[in-house]
Design a protein. Structure first.
Length: 135
């Protein structure tokens, strides 16, 4: 599918490009469909790396939620870019994801709706020379 082809291209990007994509991806997915949505997209393959990217960009709360969600999966679940949440039969996965995301939503709705976008903007500004010269 187009999503998997795009994901394989993303995997070849330099780390700072992938970090910017991870922030945008996390924000778009979690605000639209929660943590379930994060893992229903091909980019879910990058979730383990994205945990550190989010924390490095000042989004610790996002990194914590994503890290706890990643920990629900077997360690080898993210070894293939063909990652799909449906391939993993994990007991109570969806209810556990809902429990994990509750502290995130508390943080998000406590005057932090714009924090994710602001951190992405700051990250791009800080890394603009590397991003532009290596695009």
């Amino acid at each position: 599918t187009r999503g998997r082809i795009a994901d394989k291209r993303l995997a070849r990007l330099p780390e700072y490009h992938l970090a910017a994509a991870a922030i945008e991806w996390f924000y778009g997915m979690i605000t639209n469909s929660g943590l379930k949505g994060v893992f229903c997209e091909p980019f879910g393959f990058h979730a383990p790396k994205s945990v550190q990217f989010l924390a490095d960009c000042g989004l610790e709360e996002c990194g914590i939620a994503l890290g706890e969600a990643v920990a629900l999966f077997p360690k080898d679940a993210f070894d293939s870019s063909d990652f799909d949440i449906i391939d993993h039969e994990i007991p109570d996965l969806y209810s556990n994801l809902e429990i994990i995301e509750k502290p995130f939503w508390t943080w998000y709705h406590t005057d932090n709706q714009d924090t994710i976008r602001h951190c992405l903007h700051q990250f791009i500004l800080t890394n603009r020379r590397r991003i532009v010269t290596n695009a």
